[in-house]
Design a binder for this molecule. Structure first.
Ligand code: ATP
Ligand code: MG
Length: 428
């Protein structure tokens, strides 16, 4: 026997039981976004490598070591998208969506990063991303955060996530701060971990993000970005916090929150949990007023966020909040006898027409009643509808409750749909 081919490390199959949870969560997210007036945009999975280099930043983890980059048959350098923001900006510019108008957009789909696979960290993972354009004030920042807070509530994870916020100020304020931070850390260079030492020249702000305890201790005495903030950023941030207070959303100010991508400025935020180990960030975002221009467009303010679907579902599972999201069969139709399946398939069709949204599974593949009822039970169906040759002859069916909802009953086939509607009630 030849060797079996396996999936690529860090890239997961999503099996039906899991996929039904994802579908339900995704549809809640879609409803929420649409209720806020956001429109979906779908971008390709592959883009020019230059797009990510120019937007995310040359000296970020993503661009330096995580991208799936390859040459296609024409010799062009292409990259499997590691995130969606740059792609979304590219698409908006290309189709004139940012011309004299505001935009509220969202997308969902796979992203690719060559990281070390572990729980909550994969090489193909899935994000739902939200991007807005043309709105400079803290109102839209607040709307985005309020929207996510509402989602956590709907998914039953609100008590397990906390909101961390920070402001990175304007480009000038950051440059000023960068210089002060570098001065402070250069004087203490010998005590820095190796990663941070190399970042001192390439991307010093990322040192604030370091997971190294000794480096974090060193940072306790470092100058704070808050002290370098320009007035405008300060007011923007204060007003955002005021709005969050009004909306009853609690948050932690985290002056060391910088985010791993270069394009952020002013507001940044993360929703984090302590229930998923080191992979604690479920949703992250911020303002990127400079990115559109950096990619060749006009200067247009923008803010957005992305949530990781795998981490979201993992968290729901950890908190046992997935039960209501599983899809199970409502009615399982069992049929035994010569060509009885023909009546069963027609009955199933009529039932589906009368009970839209219900899951009705008609048994195929033969077998005894006993084995079919076993399958019905395994499918978690509420009711089995049973058909034998006798039932076909006299135009009836037997309806058998499978979850202890009383005695089985015999009904006319013509009355089956109305009986089942009564028994199952309205589909929520
Ligand atoms: P982390 O600090 O965990 O590496 P990040 O800052 O690189 O996250 P972003 O680029 O902001 O992440 O992506 C937004 C969200 O996408 C994250 O908060 C997380 O939920 C999810 N995410 C990012 N990378 C991965 C991955 N490799 N596997 C699974 N989910 C991921
Ligand atoms: Mg990362």
């Amino acid at each position: 026997m030849s060797k079996k081919i396996k999936a690529i490390r860090g890239m997961n199959d999503l099996l039906p039981d899991q996929a039904s949870i994802w579908q339900s969560v995704e549809s809640q997210i879609r409803l929420l976004l649409s209720s806020h007036g956001y429109g979906e945009i779908r971008m390709p999975i592959v883009e020019s490598t230059a797009l990510f280099k120019r937007s995310i930043g040359e000296v970020t983890d993503i661009v330096e070591k995580e991208m799936y980059t390859f040459e296609d048959r024409n010799g062009d350098s292409l990259t499997l998208r590691p995130e969606g923001t740059a792609c979304c900006v590219r698409a908006c510019e290309e189709h004139g969506l940012l011309y004299n108008q505001t935009q509220r957009l969202w997308y969902a789909g796979p992203m690719f990063r060559h990281e070390r696979p572990q729980k909550g960290r994969y090489r193909q993972f899935h994000q739902v991303g939200v991007e807005t354009f043309g709105m400079p004030g803290p109102d839209i920042d607040a709307e985005l955060i309020m929207m996510t807070a509402q989602l956590w509530q709907q998914l039953g994870i609100q008590d397990a996530v906390t909101l961390q916020i920070n402001t990175l100020g304007t480009v000038d304020a950051r440059a000023d701060y960068k210089a002060r931070l570098v001065e402070y850390l250069t004087a203490r260079k010998d005590d820095l971990d190796e990663d941070s030492r190399s970042r001192l020249e390439s991307n010093p702000l990322r040192i604030l993000d370091s997971k190294n305890p000794q480096t974090q201790k060193l940072l306790d005495g470092a100058p704070s970005l808050m002290d370098c903030l320009d007035l405008e950023s300060k007011q923007h941030f204060d007003e955002l916090m005021e709005m969050l207070d009004k909306a009853g959303i609690t948050y932690e100010k985290n002056p060391r929150l910088v985010r791993g991508l270069d394009y952020y400025g002013k507001t940044v935020f993360e929703w984090v949990t302590d229930k998923l180990g080191a992979q604690g960030t479920v949703c992250a975002g911020g303002r990127y007023d400079g990115l559109v221009e950096q990619l060749g467009g006009k200067a247009i303010p923008a803010v957005g966020y992305a949530m990781g679907m795998e981490r979201l579902v993992l968290l729901m599972e950890t908190l046992e909040q997935t039960e209501g999201h599983k899809a199970s069969v409502d009615i399982y139709i069992a049929s035994v006898g010569d060509k009885v399946y023909q009546t069963a398939l027609i009955l199933a069709k009529t039932l589906r027409e009368s009970l839209p949204g219900r899951r009705i599974q008609s048994h195929c593949g033969g077998g005894s009643f006993k084995s079919q009822l076993k399958k019905a039970d395994k499918s978690e169906a509420q009711y089995a509808v049973i058909l034998g040759e006798e039932e076909v002859d006299n135009g009836t069916v037997t309806v058998k409750p499978l979850r202890g909802q009383g005695e089985q009953l015999v009904v006319e086939q013509a009355a089956l749909a109305s009986t089942m509607t009564q028994l199952l009630g309205e589909k929520a």
